[in-house]
Design a protein around this ligand. Structure first.
Ligand SMILES: C[S@@+](CC[C@H](N)C(=O)[O-])C[C@H]1O[C@@H](n2cnc3c(N)ncnc32)[C@H](O)[C@@H]1O
Length: 223
């Protein structure tokens, strides 16, 4: 598995990664993490959770990977890691590993995958990454002004994503508009919620009985 360390990346074996993850109470995977600001921030509040950002765009994660790799006194976060991969090709090291999975503001190819519109894009990756006891949360912003992009709303998301989540063993716990005053401290959270005032649908699904820390972390994504 390719782990981003800054401007470069290193190969980490499944055995090495699992040994590292075993030192934590839970593993959180933020799929399509973009610049990875959210895992970096929450890693500070959840030192007992291994916070992993995953994105095929290595360059986007470089700055936060570099920050996370510094000494703790200089802002380093030993519990924050960035993986170069796409959701369709889950690295073996992450198979069945995550107790919390988030996808925030998917767009273009990732949105098509979430909505089950593209080949192989039926969120199989999400099922592959999930531990037996896992909470998954999607934040999807409404789209009202782009031709060809489906209008996202709670019922629509529930209908489109529900069968794929069910196939992966998840049961939808809630699917509703996020409160207007909620903040998501990721780059796109800032742009879409604070910047443009777009509404956001939050869908939360459970498989088994996720650990309390995984539930707390997912709750902290929007505050
Ligand atoms: C609109 S950005 C959202 C970034 C971040 N979640 C945030 O809230 O700031 C969508 C991200 O999805 C990533 N992405 C696109 N296709 C993907 C795929 N197949 N698997 C995983 N991530 C993907 C993009 O590289 C991009 O960083």
């Amino acid at each position: 598995m390719r782990v981003v360390t800054g401007k470069s990346s290193v190969e980490v074996s499944a055995r090495e990664f699992r040994a590292r993850a075993a030192g934590y109470d839970a593993l959180w995977l933020d799929i399509g993490t973009g610049d990875g600001a959210l895992p970096y921030r929450l890693a500070g509040s959840f030192p007992d959770v291994l916070c992993a950002g995953l994105d095929p765009n290595v360059e986007g994660m470089a700055e936060n990977a570099h920050r996370a790799g510094r000494k703790p006194a200089r802002g380093g976060r030993a519990n924050c890691v960035y993986v170069a991969a796409s959701v369709e090709e889950p690295p073996g090291a992450l198979a069945g590993a995550a107790q919390a999975i988030t996808i925030n503001f998917p767009w273009a190819a990732l949105l098509a995958i979430v909505l089950g519109e593209s080949d192989g894009g039926t969120l199989t990756g999400l099922g592959a990454f999930a531990a037996e006891d896992c909470v998954a949360q999607l934040l999807v912003n409404e789209v009202t002004d782009l031709p060809g992009v489906p209008s996202v709303a709670p019922e629509m998301l529930r209908e489109r994503v529900g069968p794929n989540l069910a196939a992966a063993g998840f049961v939808i716990e809630s699917c509703e508009w996020l409160e207007r005053e909620a903040q998501v401290r990721s780059r796109w959270g800032g742009r879409l919620i604070r910047g443009s005032g777009r509404r956001v649908v939050r869908l939360r699904a459970l498989r088994g009985t996720p650990p309390a820390r995984a539930l707390a972390l997912v709750e902290a994504v929007s505050d």
